[in-house]
Write a protein that binds this ligand. Structure first.
Ligand SMILES: Nc1nc2c(c(=O)[nH]1)N[C@H]1C(S)=C(S)[C@@H](COP(=O)(O)OP(=O)(O)OC[C@H]3O[C@@H](n4cnc5c(N)ncnc54)[C@H](O)[C@@H]3O)O[C@H]1N2
Ligand code: MOO
Length: 345
């Protein structure tokens, strides 16, 4: 039996597995079978039996640790739990600690927008020995989905580290009216008016493929296309149809097709002529560069380019959830989409 050097008071004993029968495991033990399984094979606290020895050897464990925690130190599971406790907020739930990790998940019944303060995430990870991994801010989190996870790197960590995380989170709340550095903004359920432009669709020459694609995206976020109208590539008709949709008091108006540079592409001019305040025509994202976003009497209006019909991830997938979360889209925000905005196009 090798006695580990005491580190800050915590005593780890390294015991050959053959001599470990009857001892308690100090942490979860993981098995990875590529393509088949990754997870906990033995739980922290498990008392080792004779039958466990071959299983331990199979996952490459010839020794196990027993542990006596010192003063002022925390086991990885407890530290990960306390960090998650300090960080999570409204609409979120925590998982049980598992292999030194705690997941922070959505407890909402509707999709939500994750709003995460990047500088806080960096400050916490800069403390060392602990890890906070999050989604990028503005990602969509489905009900039950994960938005962040805490993990401790060594098997035990100084309580002071976790106290530091708590101070960072508390300080953030004090400066932000009680809101934490991790937030979930539930998406509202919008009734949306859709106008599909294009002479080839209006005349029945080709089947509409845009409507179903937009409907799928909108419905996946908990909203609905309340009405779809069709128009040829004629500016006056498009303006008239936009005004019709506005009169129906839909929460948002979407116009598809005719967003590019051909002479028959009338949509951007028609949206402007309908009276919209254009926030941005053109988004620095590919695909989705020809998207237009604006407001018509405070009703959000978007012109959707052809790519939304066939590309799985475009600027529409980025901006729609923000609108549904009640955010006002600004030009500064659109400008920032270019960095990291290239997606297989
Ligand atoms: N020279 C340039 N060409 C293109 C540019 C550019 O800047 N310069 N931009 C490209 C980008 S980005 C996109 S996206 C596309 C599409 O732009 P539009 O929104 O103007 O799309 P349309 O011209 O109206 O149609 C393109 C294509 O899609 C078919 N379509 C349109 N609506 C429907 C519908 N409801 N159902 C089925 N199919 C539909 C249409 O028939 C055309 O085949 O432009 C790039 N080109
Ligand atoms: O609006 Mo276009 O996708 O950049 O393909």
């Amino acid at each position: 039996m090798n006695e580990g050097a005491p580190r800050n008071g915590t005593v780890l004993k390294e015991v050959p597995v053959q001599e470990a029968v009857g001892l308690r495991l100090a942490h979860d033990l993981t098995q990875i079978l590529p393509g088949q399984f990754k997870g906990r094979l033995f739980k922290k606290g498990h008392i080792i039996t004779e039958a466990d020895i071959p299983k331990l050897l199979d996952i490459g464990k010839e020794h196990i640790y027993t542990m006596e925690l010192g003063e002022g130190e925390l086991h990885e599971d407890d530290a990960a739990g306390q960090m998650a406790d300090a960080l999570y907020g409204d609409g979120m739930k925590l998982t049980e600690p598992h292999e030194g990790k705690v997941a922070i998940k959505s407890d909402l019944t509707v999709p939500a927008l994750a709003v995460i303060d990047e500088s806080v995430v960096h400050a916490i990870n800069n403390l060392g020995d602990i890890a906070l991994a999050t989604l990028r801010s503005h990602a969509v989190v489905m009900p039950g989905g994960q938005l962040a996870a805490t993990r401790v790197i060594p098997l035990f960590v100084a309580e002071e580290k976790v106290a530091h995380v708590r101070r960072i989170a508390d300080q953030y709340r004090q400066l932000h009216e009680g809101r934490g550095p991790l937030q979930l903004r539930p998406l509202q359920s919008f009734r949306i008016g859709l106008l599909t432009t294009g002479g080839e669709v209006f005349s029945g020459r080709i089947e509409d493929k845009f409507g179903p694609a937009v409907r799928r995206i909108v419905e996946s976020l908990g909203s609905e296309i309340a009405e779809q109208r069709f128009a040829p590539d004629d500016r006056q008709t498009i303006v008239k149809e936009i005004h019709y949709l506005l009169e129906q008091r839909y929460d948002m108006i979407l116009v598809t097709g005719g967003m590019s540079v051909d002479p028959d592409d009338r949509t951007p001019a028609a949206i402007a002529e309908a009276g919209a305040r254009i926030v941005s025509y053109g988004t620095p994202m590919l695909p989705g560069s020809m998207l237009l976003v604006g407001y018509l009497n405070d009703v959000p209006i978007m012109g959707l380019p052809g790519c939304v019909m066939h590309d799985p991830y475009t600027s529409f997938n980025v901006l729609l959830p923000r609108v549904l979360a009640g955010e006002a889209i600004t030009r500064e925000e659109v400008v920032q989409l270019g960095y990291g905005g290239l997606h297989n196009c």
